[in-house]
Design a protein around this ligand. Sequence first.
Ligand code: UT7
Length: 338
Amino acid sequence: MKRPVAYVAGTGRGVPATVLTNHDFASRGIETTHDWIVERTGIHERRLAGEGESTCSMAADAARRAMEKAGVQAGDLDVIVLSTATPDRLLPATAVDLQAALGAQRAAAFDISAACSGWLYGITVAEGLIASGAAQTILVVGAEKMSAIVDWSDRATCVLFGDGAGAVVLKARDHTRRTDDPKHAKGILSTFMRSDGQLAELLWRPAGGATVPFTEAVLTDRSHFVKMAGREVFKHAVRSMSEAADRALDGARLTGADIDVMIPHQANVRIIEATAKHANIPMDKVYVNVDRFGNTSSASIGIALDEAVERGRVKEGSTVLLVAFGAGFTWASMVVRF
Ligand code: UT7
């Protein structure tokens, strides 16, 4: 029996207008330099959510743009999947706030927590729902207000992150099978997900369900911000993103030479370069915007994909490799033909 195939019908992004440059850290009392940040990460500036901007509002901006490009109305959505490490409330899911903001009354809505890989996890889950016939039109958003959870007194982490949201609308195409000739098939051609909770202590943030009893101290204690062993994370990121690239290419029966554009998670340009080199994909085929947005966690690939579509880098027929890595650790990848 032929299974429906999920394809990307529209992309969108929602990024705050406020820009924080590397030079602006001095006025915040952070001991760092533009040169240090650029040399170690490739980041020049990042966006910060302003007054009234939340994970949900950025998600809604990205979602509306993706829906408009896909020609989809709120009432057409069967499912809304929202990936975030910075939900506006822990209960209920921020996805239902997004559902209400969009007026998507028919949709089932839920959050996914897989850190920076969460958007690709979300697309993978959505692809499965479409392939099984359970849903035809799904909105997948990655949205993060990282500025709310980073420790602004820790120079090793606060310079890295930014806020924003990226979205896709996936739709069902009923006639093309995933197993068709890989050179001609369209839609999501392969997916790969992996995690390793043994390494959770290298990048984490405490929350309400931990073994510590809840007290007022939990609310005022700075210890609830993100903690990261940067150098260790870096090594694992290169290794795992390289593995993820291989697995998605194998799954689609393609090689790096078949890829028109690689869009990796935007954490650090050195991690991106190492992953591209491993996959035999030259840097002129890699979309990079970490210099302008920093690490927006699970929003980063969606923001980059939408820019790449808008700039004509990704077009009808393009074969695109998406690769992510994040806390957990989690890592994931997919090959998509547009
Ligand atoms: O989204 C996925 C998860 N996150 C990542 O992928 C991040 C992965 N890690 C990284 O990108 C890098 O490890 C960092 C950019 C975070 C750090 O670069 P590094 O080359 O690994 O530097 P380091 O942490 O080993 O620190 C080197 C030095 C230290 O000083 P000493 O001990 O050598 O005197 C730090 O105190 O740089 C110092 N340092 C800074 N100096 C100026 C750390 N942060 C800063 C800063 N400005 N912002």
